[in-house]
Design a protein around this ligand. Structure first.
Ligand SMILES: Cc1ncc(COP(=O)(O)O)c(C=O)c1O
Length: 446
């Protein structure tokens, strides 16, 4: 069993073009594998065979070079290898007392992320399970400060964001019982739009607004809000300034687009997901705070069994104090190892490659008679339409390509006037994607 597992892991890590698996129904899978959890066990070899020969084939390898749907991922081999090591080492990542050596590595990687943003001395952060959890911790911290400052204990707070913000903002606001007010825009959100939205509110509502969430690379279109202008707006209005750069944060390393993010250094908190565009395996998000002490006020847990970790003898940086989880995997370790192995220049190259692929796809689309760009490619995202296609045509094209193992590319909506139009969306992450891959996908749209 051990050999099977290690052999599979090595083969899979080195396979840059695995088969593009497709889902089956639960009933079909049950029919194929039978009962796997029984009192006497089915044995490691059999369980592994079922996984390797049946179950994994019903999954999509997110690092496939023609997987351009949602936000793909392309973890480095070094990061995946170290994910194995992270599991094998069995380290509790919540407290310095137990995880010092591992937390040290995570913190080195956090310092690099902070340096990409240009946030001031004292800024720091922690790795989270992903962007949703990072956004939640940022908003919880912001609300805690607002409540403390303004004596708003019983008020339901309000967050201002744009219609381009990721779905997790609304979802996490629901978890916190916070209201979200949207600034409607198909382009970037800026201070003027925010000012107009704020002015529409009556005095009572205005007092309840405690934070603005700007996006550093929208998921749908790769649009970066006017972070510099929004930073000033937040300062004028005494509002917490959060930047959700879960997808786009990787692009901070790329000189070609870095100026788009100017102003991010003034944020109170920033979300960046290394499991999106910084080539880490799932799950690895990060939340960075200008003033980590505020996050600690909001997240630190109390318990007689926890007192020892606060004792000077055990004390060090406890990641549990800055986000919602207590027990946590050292999920930043694979990023640290990969950064240490490859160096940061390699990351610069790999992110620039995603941006170039989007530009190249844009050119190929413009040269194609039946295709039309919806807007110029932004970061690594390309939106385009196939002239003459109905909503159904887009859907059946997606399923057809997936079934044939050609590609997984999914449609999205784009607001056209008052209605929503179905269009195709490419998101490039994997530097192994080639021009031939893009052409092969576009050929299926003829
Ligand atoms: C801008 C943005 N924010 C937040 C998220 C949520 O991140 P996660 O899926 O890691 O929770 C995403 C995911 O695509 C995203 O693109």
């Amino acid at each position: 069993m051990t050999l099977d597992v290690i052999k599979y892991a090595i083969n899979r890590i080195t396979d840059t073009r695995p088969d593009l698996g497709a889902p089956k129904t639960e009933e079909e899978l049950k029919e194929l594998v039978g009962d796997t959890i029984i009192p006497e066990g089915i044995g490691g070899e059999k369980a592994f065979r079922l996984f390797r020969d049946v179950l994994v084939k019903a999954t999509v390898p997110i690092d496939h070079p023609r997987h351009l749907a949602f936000v793909p991922a392309a973890p480095t081999r070094a990061a995946i290898m170290f994910d194995l090591v992270t599991s094998a080492a069995s380290i509790h990542g919540a407290f310095w007392m137990e995880g010092a050596g591992g937390i040290f590595c995570e913190n080195e990687a956090i310092k690099w992320l902070i340096s990409l943003t240009g946030m001031p001395e004292g800024a720091f952060g922690v790795f989270t399970s992903g962007g949703s959890a990072a956004n939640l911790s940022a908003m919880v911290t912001a609300r805690e400060q607002w409540r403390k400052k303004r004596d708003h204990d019983n008020d339901r707070g309000i967050v201002l964001t744009s219609s381009g913000a990721h779905s997790s903002i609304k979802a996490m606001a629901k978890v916190m019982d916070v209201e979200v007010l949207m600034v409607a825009t198909q382009d970037l959100m800026n201070a003027d739009l925010l000012r107009n939205r704020l002015n529409e509110l009556d005095d009572d509502k205005r007092k309840k607004v405690f934070a603005v969430v700007a996006t550093g690379g929208t998921t749908n279109a790769g649009i970066v809000d006017d972070l510099d202008g929004i930073a000033d707006f937040c300062e004028e209005n005494d509002l917490w300034f959060h930047v959700d750069a879960a997808y786009g944060g990787g692009a901070l390393v790329a000189d070609s687009v870095r100026p788009l993010f100017n102003g991010i250094e003034k944020a109170d908190s920033v979300t960046i997901d290394p499991h999106k565009w910084l080539f880490s395996p799932y799950d690895c998000g990060a939340i960075l705070y200008k003033n980590p002490a505020f996050a600690k006020e909001a997240h630190e847990q109390e318990g007689s069994y926890l007192e020892i970790i606060k004792d000077p003898g055990a004390h060090g940086f406890n990641p549990a104090d800055y986000q919602i989880q207590l027990t946590r995997r050292l999920r930043g370790l694979p990023l640290w190892f990969s950064l240490a192995k490859h160096g940061t220049d390699k990351y610069k190259w790999a992110v620039e490659r995603g941006i170039s692929l989007a530009q190249l796809a844009g050119q190929l689309i413009e040269e194609h008679n039946e295709l039309e760009l919806v807007r110029p490619p932004s970061l690594s995202i390309v939106l385009f339409r196939r002239l003459g296609w109905s909503d159904e045509d887009y859907k059946s094209w997606t399923y057809r390509n997936h079934k044939k193992g050609i590609a997984l590319v999914t449609p999205t909506f784009w607001k056209n006037g008052d209605s929503y139009e179905t269009v195709v969306r490419f998101c490039f992450i994997n530097p192994d994607t080639t021009e031939e891959d893009i052409k092969a996908i576009l050929d299926t749209m003829a």
